[in-house]
Design a protein around this ligand. Structure first.
Ligand code: NAP
Length: 299
C-alpha cells in the first residue's frame, strides 16, 4: 500500500486492537492500512494456509477468549451462511457482548439490500427492498447486528474492485464479455476506499458522528462497457465484439444473471459530503489506472 495513502488517515487511539472476521480481499486491505497506522490487527480466515491468517474462524469451532482480549474494534467482512444466519453472531455473539472495551463494530453489507430501482438512485433513507434471496439474507443479518446493541455501523458496498480483482484479469486471460444493456448502471468501490472509509468512520464514531448505515460507493455509477473499454485502452489490448444482453443472458449463470437483473445508482453523499470522506478513487478511471499501475509493478 502506497505510503501517501496511509498519510491520509488519522491514527486510532493508542492501544487500539482491531479484530477482522473474514480477511479476504477487503479484509486484508483494511488490515494492511490499519497496521500501517500502528494498530494491532488480528485477521481470521478459514484455513491456516491462507495469506494473512492470524487465527482460524469457521462455524465449526469455538474461538478462545484470548482473541477478544483488549479488542477495541471489530469488523465482520463475512457474508451470511446459506441458511441466512450470520456466522460471527452465530458463534461469537456472547463473546462480543462480553467484550467491554468495544468502541466500534463494523459490518460490511451490500447495496443489494436496496433491490432494483430501475436505474434510480438509492441513499441510506431508501427503504430496503431486497429481491434476491442472498440480499434478503443480508438484510436479515444487518438487522441481527443492529439488534445486538453493540456500537454497530453497517457499511453497504456495491461491486468491489481493486488490484488483482478488476477488468484487467479477464482482459489478459481473454475471457472478457462485452455485454451491452442500454440504461444499465453498476456502482462500484475501490478496495482502498473501503479501507479508507473504515478508518475514517472509526475515528468519526469516537467523536459522536455515528450514522447506523452508510453507503460506501464512488461518485460515478456507469455501464460495465465503459469500464472495460477504458481498461483495454490503457492496456492496449483488443476487445471482443459487443453482445446484446438479451443474447448474452442465455449463457449466464443464475448468479451472474441476478446482478444484471438489478439496476441502481448508489448515492454516497452521506459519506462524502455530510461526513466529509475524500475518495482516493472518485471514479472508475482513477481506480482502473491504479489497478493497471499495480499490474505493471508486478511484472
Ligand atoms: N465482492 C463484491 O463485489 C461485494 C460487493 C458488496 C458486498 N460484498 C460483501 O462485502 C464483504 C467483503 O467482500 P470481499 O469481496 O472482500 O469478500 P471475500 O474476499 O470473499 O472475503 C470474505 C471473507 O469471509 C470469509 N468467510 C466466508 N464465509 C465464511 C464462513 N462461513 N465462516 C468464516 N469465514 C467465512 C472468507 O474466508 P477465507 O478467507 O477463508 O476465504 C473471507 O475471508 C463480504 O461480506 C461480501 O459478501 C462483496
Amino acid at each position: 500500500m502506497n505510503q501517501d495513502i496511509v498519510k491520509l488517515f488519522d491514527p486510532l487511539p493508542p492501544k487500539s486492537k482491531l479484530i477482522i472476521f473474514g480477511g479476504g480481499f477487503s479484509g486484508q486491505r483494511i488490515a494492511t492500512l490499519t497496521r500501517r497506522l500502528g494498530v494491532k490487527v488480528l485477521c481470521s480466515r478459514r484455513n491456516k494456509e491462507s495469506e494473512g491468517a492470524d487465527f482460524i474462524f469457521n462455524t465449526e469451532k469455538e474461538l478462545p477468549n484470548e482473541i477478544f482480549e483488549g479488542a477495541t474494534h471489530v469488523l465482520s467482512c463475512i457474508p451470511p451462511l446459506p441458511n441466512g444466519q450470520d456466522p460471527v453472531l452465530l458463534k461469537l455473539k456472547k463473546q462480543l457482548l462480553n467484550s467491554k472495551n468495544l468502541k466500534w463494530v463494523g459490518y460490511l453489507s451490500t447495496t443489494g439490500v436496496y433491490g432494483d430501482t430501475k436505474g434510480g438512485w438509492v441513499n441510506e433513507n431508501t427503504t430496503p427492498n431486497p429481491q434476491q434471496d442472498r440480499s434478503k439474507r443480508r438484510f436479515s443479518c444487518e438487522r441481527e447486528w443492529i439488534e445486538t446493541k453493540l456500537p454497530i455501523q453497517i457499511l453497504r458496498l456495491p461491486g468491489i474492485y481493486g488490484p488483482g480483482r478488476s477488468a484487467f484479469e479477464s482482459i489478459f486471460n481473454g475471457t472478457t464479455k462485452m455485454i451491452d444493456k442500454p440504461g444499465q448502471f453498476f456502482s462500484r468501490i475501490h478496495v482502498d476506499d473501503i479501507a479508507g472509509s473504515v478508518l475514517f468512520l472509526i475515528n468519526l464514531y469516537s467523536q459522536g458522528k455515528n450514522p447506523l448505515v452508510i453507503n460506501v460507493a464512488d461518485n460515478l455509477p456507469t455501464n460495465n462497457l465503459e469500464v472495460i473499454t477504458y481498461a483495454a485502452k490503457i492496456a492496449k489490448k483488443p476487445l471482443p465484439l459487443t453482445i446484446p444482453f438479451e443474447i448474452a443472458k442465455k449463457d449466464m449463470s443464475p448468479m451472474a444473471l441476478s446482478f444484471w437483473q438489478e439496476n441502481r445508482k448508489v448515492d454516497n453523499k452521506l459519506l462524502c459530503k455530510k461526513l466529509g470522506y475524500s475518495l482516493i478513487h472518485p471514479d472508475f478511471k482513477s481506480g482502473i489506472e491504479d489497478c493497471f499501475s499495480k499490474l505493471t509493478m508486478d511484472k
